[in-house]
Design a protein around this ligand. Sequence first.
Ligand code: B12
Ligand code: SF4
Length: 473
Amino acid sequence: MNILLINPPVHHEIRGPHPFKAKDMGIFPHLGLMYIATVLKQNDEFQVKLVDMALEQTELPQIIETFKSFAPKVVGISSYTDCLYDLYELVKMLRQTSRDVVICIGGPHVEVYANETLESFPVDCIIRGDGEYAFRELCRRVRDSKSWTDVLGIGYRKDNINHLNTPWQVENLDNLLFPERSMSTLSSVKSAVSRGAAITSICSSRGCPYQCTFCNSPYKIHRMRSAHNVVAEIDYCYQTYGIHEFFFFDDLFNFNTGRLSEICDAINNLSYKITWSFRGRVNHLDEEILLTCKNAGCIRIHFGVEAGTERMLKIYKKRINLEEIKNIFAICRKIGIETVGNFIIGGPTETKQEIETTIKFSIALNPTYVEYHVLVPYPYTEIYKDMLAKKLLQNDIWKQYALHPQRNFDPPLCEDTMTRDELYKLLNTAYKRFYFRGTYILKQMLMLSSLKDLLIKINGAFKLALIVLKKRT
Ligand code: B12
Ligand code: SF4
């Protein structure tokens, strides 16, 4: 039986204040769908095609052609709240093409808006939680013409009533098969930050034990793979695809220092060198473990710093302080690990003066790169719930959008101290002040190690200049 998995296109990403859109960040294969595809293909149980429309820039007519020629019995589609309109168009078109195919949506959006999706999208079901085994069970039941309504994780609508089963959660992530990267178009994989070689994303844990008030991470329960299992996947990628650059996309890679140290030891025991980077927090780190990381090939750490004032760090429930941040950035600089500082502008009650302090702090911190974001109160975050409770928003804007996806949706912002336009202006100013400093540009030029490196930096700088100088319409 044929199964089609789709990552929808990104044509109408919401008109938010992010200066970088999905395509600017580099395109990585869809790990979640590859995990699912690999489980489905095990022992040739199903014939699977994965079309990453975002990665491959596939247009709707093309996917309909693929759908007709491949004739799948089940279609599984991933979902992002930011790209909901594209998902909606895709699902409608597939449904118009076939009444019989079972259409199932999974992924981050349905974690948040399960009921709304069932109500407004012409789908048979959704799947919440880890998708691997739940989706395989759905496919098995369809193949065997059995009812699938009791499968864990499934949500469906019958007689105008939604039914949501308990999400399926893989307890031991080590038991999962490594995602087959060949399911995706490897040659297209590129990243704004890679060293030019083939790079892949990798996930060593799911969930995060913290509860920052702005965060909409879909996995709430934190589970980690063993160090041995993680490095076995690295080796598999190297041996099978020749990949030697890895980006750990975990929400929080460095939660357990012991495991981090074991991962580094296991990487050092490989007979070849790799480079890697991760997304992490400044706590759970010190000079010793950072040196261990550096010696095992860690080249860059993406830190969620968020603010340059203690008051905003508290509002975000970040559970870190300015001293810790300064200390870790200084150590990284000293030992030669690049840093990316992520900052938020426009949190609840944040004043212009505080934003100014954050921008100055980000420059003084001297990270290799920065990313500034205007805070978007995402659905189900503490900040959004608080804004609704305080009636700072007239209605549940996100819920309306989830029920009626629109092309030009402007997400809510915290506009209690500044207007949307003022926040956008500050964002552009922040980027200019950080990147267009003479000392910064000179430092970047001095760090160039090759012609390839130069081309990557020129390309990055050109994109950045376009983004920063572009007028918002
Ligand atoms: C890696 C990553 C990226 C990468 C790669 C994206 C990709 N296509 O995989 C890049 C940098 C390109 C990226 C871009 C974007 N991302 Co992103 N990204 C992530 C990150 C950090 C990890 C994703 C991951 O690999 N997880 C590990 C795998 C195993 O899990 P998974 O993908 O969620 O899949 C599992 C389940 O969700 C489920 N599942 C997923 N799809 C399906 C489909 C079916 C049919 C079924 C049954 C189940 C199922 O089963 C999978 C296996 O268990 C997450 C944060 C997070 N914690 O998830 C954000 C996250 C998913 N991204 C997010 C956003 C907003 C985006 C962008 C829109 C941002 C932007 N403006 O640039 C774009 C959209 C890209 C696109 N359309 O493909 C949000 C989504 C929020 C939401 N409610 O929709 C998240 C949650 C970050 C956040 N906290 O805000 N992203
Ligand atoms: S922002 Fe980072 S540390 Fe905070 S809850 Fe989200 S993933 Fe965890």
